[in-house]
Design a binder for this molecule. Sequence first.
Ligand code: XMP
Length: 520
Amino acid sequence: MNQNINKDKIIIIDFGSQVTKLIARRIREFSVLSEILTINDLKKKNIFQNVKGIILSGGPSTVTKILFPKIPNEIFNLNIPILGICYGLQLIAKQFKGKVKTNVKKREFGRAILTKTKNSLLTKNFFKKNKSIVWMSHQDYVYKLPVGFSKIAQTDQSEMTIIENKQKKIYGIQFHPEVTHTQNGNVIFKNFIFDICKTKKQWKLVSEKIRIIKEIKQTVQKDKVICALSGGVDSSVVALLIHKAIGKNLKCIMVDTGMMRKDEFKSTYKIFINKYKLNVKILYASKIYFKKLKNIIDPEKKRKIIGSLFIKIFEKEAKKYKNVKFLAQGTLYPDIIESRSVTGSKTSKIKSHHNVGGLPKKMNLKLIEPLKEFFKDEVRELGTAVGLTKEISQKHPFPGPGLAIRIVGNITPEKVKILQEADYIFIQQLIKNNLYDKIWQAYAALLPVKTVGVMGDSRTYEYICLIRAVISEDGMTANYFNFPKFFLDEISNKIINGVKGINRVVYDITSKPPSTIELE
Ligand code: XMP
């Protein structure tokens, strides 16, 4: 039974914005439970139980068309405070007979300066000298105030940037307070959830650990659980939580694909065995991975081969354990949100993300997903609460397909070896210079082009190593990390001197979007 059902909560109705998840995070950072719902979820029974506030997210749709995603009218009369963000504001405007239009000339993307026009509970302590810098992403704007609303703030391009209906406690803002580029964005959420919605702080991450362990015990009882352990943060936290709940009845399997970082697989295996006394078995599978990946250039094909091979190997092994009833997975909250359709439309797929989440249900095992309500940084915190070493809990994310998607083009054991060495040097240098924890994700990649160089008195003709380091909050958007020049000099020098096969190092200075974090 989910013991969170009696707690005050804020719900976020998702209209498909890339940053909806950040809203949920911001609310939880104030120790308040938050849940992201789709429009379809609103039909469920008792969905508004304990809901103290409703946030309508942004999204790609426009209310200027005949058909647009909306919520049932009754929700506006539930007497629950509502905050509309971007598309959410436009929806409120439309609902209350304001006017919205698309104007490409007036669109605002990025930074904008907001000017206060009236006091509001929502913007208490938000402005400095009546101004604030906010982050915008819109081309529709409200040009006629909806009935019963007043204007709180404006920018040069959008006159109704913040509006309120104080009596009905309905608020709309055109900018995105959830992104860090908006100065003081958190103040808006704080005012909304505490001053306007009167929500109580009832949600604590550490008490979640106790709840999860109890729930696993109740569900599994005397049966056995199998878990695919990669040594990354998510599967490690899952394994430790389940181990705390059922001890030796948890069986972990590590599949060595040969596409891992240098020495990483063995060292994490040792930690699980020696420190945590987990029941772990390694399956060595690199030969078959190299064979199947031979001459495969297409990134999507690589991902599919790696994913399905993983499933095959895991399935075969799982069949050997006759009395296992459950399969544990490290599914996170963003995985669940990303895999469901917000408005019924299918968002275009950019990459086939592979992790254990792709395991087939026909294995006749019931799923246990203890992390499915949490974000990555919350999982790290849970990891610490459950005794996971910093070495693992603070590890940068590592993709399921591993180095295979960091070797652009054809994969060979030689290339993997070259990349492992370069990547090792890069990561060690980051740790040595106290930069590792400041970066969200960093890695080295190998480009499939050889260029000419000169070493000593000889000509060389070797590969290019690309290094990537990004700062991000959840991997959805990212900026490249601004290294000091001395570090770039040092890293280039160390990689070229230390790794045979590389004679040029380049630093990737693109953000996401337009690039992605991984190369493939
Ligand atoms: P992209 O390259 O899509 O990556 O900007 C965003 C984040 O997702 C990770 N990633 C993956 N993780 N299986 C995973 O478990 C995958 O197939 C996969 N592909 C990308 C990537 O490392 C980054 O953290």
